[in-house]
Structures are given as C-alpha cells and as structure tokens.
Design a protein around this ligand. Sequence first.
Ligand SMILES: Nc1nc2c(ncn2[C@@H]2O[C@H](COP(=O)(O)OP(=O)(O)O)[C@@H](O)[C@H]2O)c(=O)[nH]1
Ligand SMILES: [Mg+2]
Length: 462
Amino acid sequence: MNGRAHPLIAVIGHPNEGKSSVLSTLTEDDSVVVNDYPGETTRCHYFPVEINGTVVLELVDTPGFQNPQRILEWMRACGKTDDALLQDFLATFADQESFHHDCELMKPLVQGAALIYVVDCSRPLLPVDEAEMEILRLVNKPRMAVINFKDDDRDYLPAWTNAFRRHFNVIREFNAHHARFEERIALLETLKAIQQDWEPQINRAIDAFRQNWDYRRQQAVDAVCDYLTTALQLVIEQPLAKGADPEPVKGQVLERYRSTLVIRERQLFDALRGLYHHHSFNFELPAQSVLQEDLFSEVTWDVLGLTRKQLLMAAAGMGAGIGVALDAASLGLSTGLFAAAGALVGGTGAWFMGQELAKVRVHRLPLGGSRLVVGPSRNPQLPLVLLDRAVLFYREVMNHAHGNRSGALPDLASQSVVRQTDADHQKQLLKQARLLAEGSSMERDNAREQLALLIADLLVMD
Ligand SMILES: Nc1nc2c(ncn2[C@@H]2O[C@H](COP(=O)(O)OP(=O)(O)O)[C@@H](O)[C@H]2O)c(=O)[nH]1
Ligand SMILES: [Mg+2]
C-alpha cells in the first residue's frame, strides 16, 4: 500500500515533544538526532529497520508543526477531506517558506505512511495541540497517539485523554527514555490495530525482533564466556636479567596483569554495546552503579562476587584439586578474621583482592636469569567479580533506551548478581571457573560449555 513491502510509519507532532527520541528508542538507532531546542529538524529522515538483511519496518522522523492553527483554518475552508485534502494542501503551500516544515511533515502520508502522533503529556494541553490533532483527523490516515511523559507530572493527563479520544482510536503510553524491549514490542502490537492490512508484516517484524533479541542474548553469553576464558587463563611474564633484583619488577608485572584484565573488560563492554546497537552515543552509567568503580577498586571487591560465607559453602565438597585455595586457612578462618563481625558480609574487598591475584612467581631459567610470572589467578573471587561486572553492564546496555541521551536509567540493580543466585549455581560457577583456569585441555573445553549455560541463566534474570 505504500509501494514498500514493509510498513511505513511517520512520527509526527509538535516541536520538541520527543518525536526523535521515541523513534530512536523504537528503532534502537542512536544515530537519530535528538535536539534540546525546538524546530531544528527541517526535513524528513527515513529510518529503515533491518534485521538479517531484510527491512521489516521503516520509520520517518519529521519536523514539528509550524502553523497548525492557520492550516486548520485553511483546511476547514477547503471543505475536502482525506487524500484530496492532503494533495490540495501540499499543492497550495509547497512554495511558501513559512510552511516548509508543515509540508515536509505531511509528505510521508502521501507515500502511504501511517502515523504516530507524539505528545509530552506532562505539560498542559494547548489550542495548537487541538489544531494539530484535528488536522490529522481531517487528513484521515491510520494513526495512534503516543504519550511520552518527559517528567512525572500526570495532572494534565485527563485533559489530554479527552482530546485524544476525539481524534484517535488508539492511544498508548511509551516513554522514550525508559521503554525496554517488551514495551517496544507492545507498541508494535498496537500498530496492528490502526492498520489491519499490515498485520502479517507487523507479525513478521515482531517475530524477527524476538528472534534477534534471543540471538543477541546468545551472542552476549558467548562474548562473556570468551572473555572469562581469556581472563582466567591470562598469564603475564617478564624476563629478569641475570643478577637483577626481582622486587621492583614484581609490581610492574602485576600492574601489567591487572591492566590487561581492565583492557579485556573494556573490549567486552564495547562488544556488548555494539551488540545492542549503542554505536554512536556513549550513554552514562547510573551514578549509584558499582560499575562507576574501577575493576580493582576495593568497593568493587566488597560488593561483588560472593561473601566469604557463600564462598566457603560453595567450595565445600568441591574436591581437593579444585578446593585448594578455599580451605579454611585461605579464607582467614584460622586467623579469626572469619569470625569477626561483618567479615562474612562486607568490608572484605581488600582481603579478597590481596589473595592469589597478587602473587608473582619467579621461574629460574636453565641458562641463567629468570622470568617473573603472574597468572592464571587462583583467586576464587576473581571470576565472580568479573562475571558480576559483565552481567551488570549487559543489563545496562540491553535496557538503555536509545532515545535517552541525557543519562542513566534510574532503577537498575547494581549489587552482585552471583550473590543472589542459589547455592548450587554458585558452587557450579566456582567449580567451572577453576577448571577453566587450571584444568586439562578437555576439562577446560567442558568447563567453558558448562559456564556458558550458567552465564545464560544469569543473563535472563533481571
Ligand atoms: N526527560 C525526558 N526528556 C525527553 C523525553 N523525550 C524527549 N526528551 C527531551 O526532549 C527534547 C526534545 O526531544 P526530541 O526527541 O528531539 O523532540 P522532537 O523535536 O519532537 O523530535 C530533548 O532534549 C530530549 O532529550 C523523555 O521521555 N523524558
Ligand atoms: Mg526531532
């Protein structure tokens, strides 16, 4: 019906109501220009949504209305409706500079687009809004009203809802800054109600979105698993000249070990960003997120990974080979640390970090001289901290609305994820991480597979 095999939807409205933001969130496209000042968009921009090489949907970003009241007057006097009215309007005003935005925003409607009318209902309804809605009613294209609350003020909603009812059959709330995957799907579902001819295409689009979402999750699991594998198997070596004092070099090797882990993590985070289409805009993390902390900050190691008590429980019965680093002595039981109030739950970051991670070994070389070696780490908490951070970042990235350029989501949990899983899960994580770092080649392959399943479980929790 629009010369395309896929639905075409124009996002229309008053300047600065969040049209571009809604479109950006809906299409997961952060290259859409969002403006802080009204009237900066002067022409239409088309955003085809492609999944596996097929365009499933296309949205059009449009300039805001410039002269709704004057146009409405003209349209009423014209006496026509529907396509005839639209054609007459464009023919009459095409050359008038002051109506440029109004003409431009109607063009997709001539191409067979349905329309989403976006309004910020946290402000009062004005006569211009009524005029815009009435214009759209007269032009009579498939349409729905989308309420995008810019702030939480709902006092004006009843007045808006009344006005919508006179002009639209379908009204839906969709927040450009907070909408997540299921809300995007729900909006697409609603489109079926405004243009029934498109039902098969929209169903196909929704199926494609869902399959793609699952596929991305699997890709994320693989990425996290690869990352953990390289991190846990990481070995950093540095030669030491014959007769040289190893002490000053130890710190450097350890620093290289740590910074390599930091770089690997950044690479993982970049990959996750890409997977969830956050290409252009580097969104902020919430101020309260533990991810604001560096990987090797004490706070990170305090709040992520397992508590000592959980570690001890998880390590119990894991078998001599695996459990070595987790015996009572290494957990501080014999020193009485374990019994101290608070030691079981918090304030243990420095202690955890100070474990095996910090050990630098000196290997003597047969021809003289030696090598300093760090890794693979035997610190039981390391894989858990790395995993926790990866899962927390994944949640930020998958839930961050692309239209939200001003900052962070308010309510994503930032505490340890592994701490909240059940004891069996914790035990398995610990075991497979240890095998991945130190097992035979077959054990490592098997551990990687097992770990992928455990990570997949963590990524579906939210
Ligand atoms: N707080 C908040 N601000 C929003 C929301 N949607 C849009 N904005 C802001 O409103 C301004 C205009 O947004 P934009 O999408 O460019 O509006 P357009 O002119 O209708 O395309 C920008 O500063 C956006 O960041 C929202 O849901 N919440
Ligand atoms: Mg815009």
